[in-house]
Design a protein around this ligand. Structure first.
Ligand SMILES: [Zn+2]
Ligand SMILES: [Zn+2]
Length: 378
């Protein structure tokens, strides 16, 4: 994707300026759409009802909510491949380049990032089929309210923006992620150091000196990790996405098309094996910190940890995220809302006045401290 780690911003006028070329007509699919049994309109998954819902006549169709996602042994990740393309299609936004996957039974979406309608179906394969999905629990209206409340609390945002920030074209979109379980066993050894002070007399004078007392450590550490989560898309910056956590991945359902009717999904950009490498890194970090937490030390001279990862399983999961944007002075600012717990992350405009004021305040403090030291320090 073209938005590598960049805060996504573009001029709001872009959508209106587009000229639809002959190949970029809006796409409507009539075959295989999941229809309302009463009125024949398209059904969508309703987060609040947990049913397939008809927005025209209000009819509902039950879906199976008792089928929880299962852990899959790790070797299946490298030895089997179930393609998702038979059930889904992939579209690319002509405006911002974002790629969105939708069910074949669904109508063509708008781009979740910029709201553009000219999205073009792609020929390339969608990729690996998920085996788990975490359904949306809050609806788009609630997500929009969560965004408004969040925007009001942004300290650096201009006051005018905070008062009028509105969620535009908010859309439920599943983010791909892998979760990994592993029963780990680690053995370790190393040398840590602790500071102490001594009083020495030299030439008739008394000095205090700092010394280091080294000590050797060794032992074992066992830890079972459950659902270590790694996002499988690259374009989101880690810090922003981290603010959406946690997702209650233990409640993931077995993947079923029903959950994505009326929603989109982002295509994964990292293979499962790459995500497993990242998950191992997280587990190693945890174990290292847990081992060190058992000791009182000031410096780490050496630490070797030999870690084995037993009984590795994974789930390739879709995570519920609302994507929307707000407009301010013709610019779009994307935000994300966790579709389970309503946590919000994203970008807002920044008030130059507030930033300048804070920088000046900072300078004043520095100058103030400098003057204090000048006049009262020895
Ligand atoms: Zn209906
Ligand atoms: Zn777009």
């Amino acid at each position: 994707m073209s938005r590598e780690n960049e805060p996504f911003e573009e001029t709001a006028g872009a959508e209106e300026d587009r000229v639809l070329s002959g190949t970029e007509k809006e796409i409507h699919v009539d075959a295989n759409v999941s229809k309302c049994p009463t009125c024949g309109a398209n059904l969508v998954y309703s987060p609040t009802l947990k049913k397939l819902h008809c927005e025209y006549c209000g009819g509902n169709v039950d879906i199976d909510l008792t089928d929880y996602a299962e852990e899959v042994p790790f070797d299946r990740l490298t030895h089997t491949y179930e393609d998702w393309s038979t059930e889904t299609r992939i579209f690319a936004c002509s405006n911002c380049g974002a790629r969105t996957i939708v069910s074949r039974k669904d109508i063509a979406p708008v781009c979740p990032y910029c709201g553009a309608h000219n999205i073009v179906e792609q020929k390339d394969l969608v990729g690996l089929k998920p085996n788990a999905v975490l359904p949306f629990l809050i609806d788009a209206k609630t997500a929009a309210e969560k965004f408004k409340a969040w925007a009001r609390r942004r300290f650096f945002a201009p006051r005018k923006y905070k008062k009028s920030a509105k969620a535009e074209k908010i859309r439920g979109n599943y983010f791909p992620a892998f979760t990994f379980d592993s029963d780990t066993f680690s053995s370790y050894n190393g040398r840590l150091g602790k500071y102490y002070t001594v009083t020495v007399r030299r030439n008739g004078k008394t000095y205090t000196e700092q010394r280091i007392r080294y000590f050797y450590i060794s032992g074992t550490y066992s830890k079972f990790f459950n659902d270590v989560l790694i996002y499988a898309n690259r374009n989101k910056d880690e810090k922003t996405m981290g603010k959406l956590l946690p997702f209650a991945t233990d409640y993931a359902q077995k993947y079923n098309d029903d959950f994505i009717y009326g929603f989109g999904a982002s295509q994964y950009e990292k293979e499962g094996t790459e995500c497993w490498g990242e998950a191992q890194g997280k587990m190693r970090e945890y174990v290292k910190n847990a081992i060190l937490a058992q000791y009182t030390y000031d410096i780490i001279d050496s630490l070797n940890i030999n870690m084995s990862f037993g009984r590795v399983t994974y789930k390739y999961m879709l995570l519920p995220v609302y994507i929307g944007h707000s407009k301010y002075r013709k610019k779009l600012y994307n935000f994300f809302v966790n579709g389970q717990n309503g946590n919000v992350a994203g970008k807002t405009p920044v008030s130059p006045v507030k930033v300048t004021a804070l920088v000046l305040l900072g300078l004043l403090v520095v100058v103030g401290i400098g003057l204090l030291i000048y006049f009262f320090g020895d």
